[in-house]
Design a protein around this ligand. Structure first.
Ligand SMILES: *[C@@H]1O[C@H](CO)[C@@H](O)[C@H](O)[C@H]1NC(C)=O
Ligand SMILES: *[C@@H]1O[C@H](CO)[C@@H](O)[C@H](O)[C@H]1NC(C)=O
Ligand SMILES: *[C@@H]1O[C@H](CO)[C@@H](O)[C@H](O)[C@H]1NC(C)=O
Ligand SMILES: *[C@@H]1O[C@H](CO)[C@@H](O)[C@H](O)[C@H]1NC(C)=O
Ligand SMILES: *[C@@H]1O[C@H](CO)[C@@H](O)[C@H](O)[C@H]1NC(C)=O
Ligand SMILES: *[C@@H]1O[C@H](CO)[C@@H](O)[C@H](O)[C@H]1NC(C)=O
Length: 216
């Protein structure tokens, strides 16, 4: 009986993981500037890509991410306020509509990747305020429009929806096998699922046939 229960819990956990993976596939990660990334050459005053042209060629939806491949010579400022965007500085901006991502490094030129989730529909703006706004003034700036698409995935929804982790699984956590399933490599996951599923079906069939025999 315990084995059946454990198997059932495993099958449910694996099914939830597969569902989560399938949902994640429906959202897009947009690498800003494509292969050229998010870079500014302060010697030539040139950006590594034309960011507004890049953005014009993409469809952005809720739940997508912007991926900034960059280094610490550039910043990533997100704003919903066109005045702030046009000013190329966040000096006078409001905490409620303008956010800086990454940062915290005072070393020049350290490679970094900054991921920004798109969580609000409508127009929003990005720029680098480095070089006292000079980067932004020379094209380190772009505008995007975020459409509803599939809506936010649960992982980005605020507040997070309750009842996402089934309580019985949490109670069993101490001694039961689901943990080993969760940490097992994804490559073997599919095989294991079907093996477990077949096992469960077999056990059910055996139990059912015993019941049937008993009633004859
Ligand atoms: C998209 O980027 C986010 C944040 O870095 C990451 O968690 C997610 O796995 C990425 N998705 C894909 C499909 O690469
Ligand atoms: C900036 O451009 C100059 C001239 O093309 C080049 O020599 C230099 O290596 C570039 N700097 C960076 C950091 O890419
Ligand atoms: C826009 O995307 C298409 C197809 O992905 C590509 O062929 C084209 O070069 C892109 N244009 C720009 C300006 O990036
Ligand atoms: C936009 O930001 C400016 C400061 O940069 C502020 O004065 C203005 O009130 C903001 N606009 C809105 C609509 O919040
Ligand atoms: C970063 O900026 C500093 C100062 O402008 C410059 O000397 C350095 O070459 C830059 N590094 C990279 C990788 O762009
Ligand atoms: C780059 O732009 C700055 C102002 O942001 C200017 O002072 C500088 O002369 C420019 N350099 C070149 C090579 O155009």
């Amino acid at each position: 009986m315990a084995a059946i229960k454990a198997t059932a819990v495993r099958v449910i956990v694996v099914a939830l993981l597969i569902t989560a993976a399938a949902a994640a596939d429906a959202y897009t990660n947009h690498t800003v500037g494509g292969d050229a990334g998010w870079f500014f050459n302060s010697t030539t005053n040139k950006t590594s890509a034309d960011y507004n042209a890049w953005a014009a060629n993409q469809t952005f939806s809720l739940g997508d991410y912007l991926i900034f491949n960059t280094n610490t010579n550039q910043t990533v400022i997100q704003t919903y306020n066109k005045t702030t965007y046009d000013s190329c500085t966040m000096d006078d901006s409001l905490d409620t509509d303008t956010f800086q991502y990454g940062g915290g490094s005072n070393q020049f030129g350290s490679a970094t990747v900054i991921s920004v989730p798109l969580v609000i529909e409508g127009t929003q703006y990005y720029f680098s305020d480095a070089d006292d706004g000079g980067q932004c003034q020379h094209g380190m700036a772009f505008e995007i429009k975020v459409s509803h698409g599939l809506g936010l995935p649960p992982s980005l929804n605020q507040p997070p929806p309750p009842a996402y982790v089934p309580p019985p699984a949490a109670a069993d956590e101490g001694q039961s096998p689901p943990i080993t399933v969760v940490t097992s490599p994804p490559s073997g996951g599919g095989m294991r699922t079907s093996a477990n599923f077949f096992g469960l079906v077999l056990v059910l069939l055996v139990v059912l046939s015993f019941l049937a025999l008993g009633t004859v």
